[in-house]
Design a protein around this ligand. Structure first.
Ligand code: ATP
Ligand code: MG
Length: 348
């Protein structure tokens, strides 16, 4: 009989939309149980900070209700200026010593006041003898930013059991769904930010957030054509034709995509200059911005890498009574981070 483990509900609160994903472990694979997204009014989340908790809560509660999700244990992830991820190298020490060291010494590694942040860490490479060093991933996140999210969730009777980081959630779902340890660049292009995470030998070696995204396109279309945001968004998504402006539109797409690709290339070049012997084999695109027509081919042309649009559910089973296959396929790239949260087990 299939074994079912209780997983948490992945809640990705983006600047454009809230996305929810619920999975179930079935043997060695997963089944997609529920999936949904709801657009947020503009300005609800800015630079990763929750600005309008009530609006977000409303969208979230509605989604839980519509999707009939009973599980209250949720995981969220954060990104932006309020979180710092730093790799540090320390002399070999045991677990207890390390925990003590982090508490005492974390301050020197982070640009925030130690009292204002939550600190977490993970050993990513353990020292093999007394002469080698431990590689530690140190994470510091502003308490007030995290607490705003936690308060909002708790007020809705949801139980936040995990706060992750966008880039880590992406890395986790990529590793689980691809079963591959190839060296890859994971690139998530959302509405207002792009997250680049380069994974080599199963470890994140370069991670950065860049403040660009698909909303840039909407803004520029609105400004150039002197129309409102909603209309501009429809034109961007091809839901409304604007043939008389095709030249202007083409220019906007080209300019913006060129900027995105420059950022991607900068990260890849940096990686290559440090690791010339272990080249990347693939670039994995996710987020709503991944769906910009022609972007995949353009990145391939500019980087020489194979580019795929990430479908985190490709090898998962599907509750077909509840989830439409076409919907799943269309929304899969935006769902990557929510899926990366939804594969985590509830901790009691
Ligand atoms: N086919 C498409 N072409 C261009 N843009 C698209 C397409 N489909 C969706 N988008 C855009 O993708 C964005 C939403 O993507 P996503 O859900 O990944 O963003 P988000 O997670 O809410 O934002 P962020 O992570 O930046 O805070 C919107 O700006 C939307 O217009
Ligand atoms: Mg996002």
């Amino acid at each position: 009989m299939a074994k079912k483990d209780k997983l948490i509900v992945g809640v990705d609160i983006g600047s454009h939309s809230v996305k929810i994903c619920q999975l179930q472990k079935v043997g060695t694979t997963y089944q997609v149980v529920s999936l949904g997204s709801a657009a947020l009014p503009e300005g609800c989340v800015e630079d990763g900070v929750l600005q309008e908790p009530e609006d977000v809560a409303k969208a979230l509660v509605e989604l839980f209700k519509n999707l009939k999700i009973k599980n209250k244990r949720v995981g969220i992830s954060i990104s932006g200026y309020s979180v710092i991820v730093k790799k540090i190298s320390l002399e070999a020490m045991d677990e207890e010593e390390l925990a003590e060291y982090i508490v005492d010494e974390a301050e020197q590694y982070i640009p925030f006041d130690i009292d204002d942040v939550y600190i977490d860490y993970q050993v990513i490479r353990e020292a093999i003898d007394e002469n080698s060093r431990n590689e530690i991933m140190l994470v510091a996140a502003k308490k007030e930013v995290i607490d705003d999210y936690l308060d909002m969730l708790q007020e809705q009777k949801l139980l936040p059991v995990l706060v992750d980081i966008d880039g880590f959630a992406l890395e986790n779902i990529w590793e689980v769904s691809s079963h591959s340890d190839a060296n890859v660049a994971l690139v998530d292009i959302g509405a207002s930010k792009m997250n680049i995470n380069i994974i080599a030998s199963g470890v994140s070696v370069l991670a950065r957030d860049v403040v660009v995204g698909s909303e840039q396109l909407t803004d520029q279309i609105a400004n150039t054509l002197d129309i409102d945001f909603t209309e501009a968004e429809e034109i961007k998504l091809g839901q409304r034709t604007a043939e008389e402006h095709s030249k202007a539109l083409e220019e906007i797409f080209t300019q913006t995509c060129t900027q995105w690709v420059l950022e991607i290339k900068k990260a890849i070049d940096l990686y290559m200059s440090i690791n010339p012997e272990t080249p990347l084999t693939k670039l994995v695109l996710s987020g709503g911005g991944a769906k910009v027509k022609g972007l995949k081919e353009y990145i391939r042309h500019e980087t020489g890498l194979e580019v795929i649009i990430f479908n985190p559910f490709e090898n998962m089973k599907l509750n077909e009574k509840k989830i439409d296959q076409n919907y799943l396929k269309a929304i899969a790239p935006e769902m990557a981070i929510a899926a990366g949260l939804a594969i985590r087990q509830a901790e009691f």
